[in-house]
Design a protein around this ligand. Structure first.
Ligand code: GAL
Length: 418
């Protein structure tokens, strides 16, 4: 995979520094992130408050746009201009790329002090370590493969949350016949890709997901199974409302809240919206994993500390890293955000049934070998490869392209991107 970061940094050379707390500097941190929706904003606000409570000066640098593509463009431009922010919300292989390019400071001092090796699952350690060094601090685990449903709306057609894709289609047809929007969806490429990967997992199965979206096996990518996946995506195009193009994900979640639509397929950041609206799982809304034979699609947000000069910045980075993986903050943040803690020893008492299900399913999936990195959310793939998937998926979703043509285009696009 081409290292875009290295090419960018070629222009601006920087030395990797160890992030540790020098004496007497005023901790300060400019934080680049894309958390601007109701639940997201509450969660990042909690981090700001914790940082300020410890005497830190937080410089907020939000970039609106779910999924983070807009933020990634701002980051590249800032690095190219030799002005990287101190802390950046970042994920998956992107962390490795920036670390390989020498743009990140290591967090080993904080990691040793807080014993990260003991409290973080191996899957998460592998995401935030480069060459055995901690170069980012994980803040959560988000599950991607969820259905969020309005029980009252489903009851109008005598349906429960579907457990198979056939059931999903039957229920959606009944809802449509009753004049109800079956699927609340936001027409943005990353959202189309989010739905797509849950269909790959459910229609193709775990091994197929691994082969096609992780290993990039050309036979799997060009197979009849992939044609079936696009067939299902074509059906789902028929279950969204005409106003879906360009809609932000949280506005689709709000449609389910208000009973304007029956279901949304989205990661559990959607739960942060339900929580921010004071709604309760099992009563006002239902969470269920999308139909599959036991997979779990993992997404995890982290903060990487870019090489910036000045003791106040370095102290700010160390303080942020310490706060983010503190048990109290891990609880507070994830209750707002809809995700579960990255560290495994946070008490469960405050977490709801959806979070407990995510915690248990993640452990079972890790043990059973069915824990899959999300492609759409840059855990299994990033950069050009992820872009190739998203381009074909969204082109198919927003046209009358046949499933066979989409499958052929996918194989070509992935080959080109490799
Ligand atoms: C994901 C991110 C989540 C959530 C979502 C919507 O990529 O990891 O934390 O914010 O986008 O913006």
């Amino acid at each position: 995979m081409k290292n875009v970061a290295k090419a960018l940094l070629g222009a601006v050379s920087m030395l990797a520094v160890t992030v540790a707390a020098p004496a007497m500097a005023e901790p300060k941190a400019e934080v680049l992130h894309y958390w601007t929706s109701g639940g997201e904003a509450k969660a990042v606000q909690a981090l700001q408050e914790a940082f300020k409570a410890r005497g830190g000066t937080w410089v907020d640098a939000p970039v609106a746009g779910g999924g983070g593509d807009a933020q990634a463009a701002v980051l590249r431009a800032r690095v190219l201009a030799g002005d990287p922010p101190a802390a950046v919300q970042i994920k998956g292989p992107n962390i490795q790329e920036w670390a390989e390019a020498g743009a990140l400071g290591d967090l080993n001092a904080v990691a040793e002090a807080q014993d990260w090796d003991k409290v973080l699952p191996e899957t998460i350690q592998n995401i935030v370590k480069y060459d055995g060094q901690y170069v980012a601090v994980p803040v959560n685990v988000h599950r991607v493969d969820w259905i969020w449903a309005n029980p009252e709306v489903l009851a109008k057609v005598g349906a429960d949350v579907p457990k198979t894709w056939d059931e999903f289609n039957e229920t959606a047809e009944k809802l449509k016949a009753a004049g109800i929007i079956p699927l609340a969806h936001g027409g943005q490429p990353w959202q189309d890709a989010t739905v797509f990967e849950t269909v790959v997992l459910g229609v193709g199965g775990i091994d197929f997901y691994q082969k096609a979206l992780v290993d990039l096996d050309m036979e799997a990518l060009g197979s009849d199974t992939m044609v079936k996946v696009f067939d299902q995506m074509r059906k789902m195009r028929g279950y969204v409302d005409p106003d879906f193009p360009g809609r932000d994900w949280n506005l689709a979640t709000a449609m389910v809240m208000r009973g304007e639509a029956a279901m949304q397929i989205m990661g559990d950041w959607a739960k942060g919206e339900f929580a921010a609206a004071g709604l309760e799982p099992g009563k006002d809304y239902i969470c269920a994993s999308t139909p599959s034979d036991g997979g779990y699609l993992l997404n995890s947000d982290s903060f990487a500390m870019f090489n910036v000069s000045g003791d106040d910045n370095v102290e700010g980075q160390a303080l942020l890293a310490e706060l983010i993986l503190g048990t109290d903050f891990q609880e507070t943040f994830n209750l707002y955000k809809g995700s579960i803690p990255a560290r495994t020893d946070v008490p469960r008492g405050e977490f709801d049934a959806c979070a407990i299900k995510s915690m248990d399913d993640m452990v079972a999936a890790a043990e059973g070998g069915t824990l899959m990195g999300s492609m759409a959310h840059e855990i299994a793939q990033a950069g050009a490869i992820r872009g190739a998937f998203i381009d074909v998926v969204t082109a198919h979703f927003n046209s009358d392209m046949s499933s066979t043509e989409a499958t052929e285009k996918l194989v070509k696009a992935i080959k080109l991107a490799m």
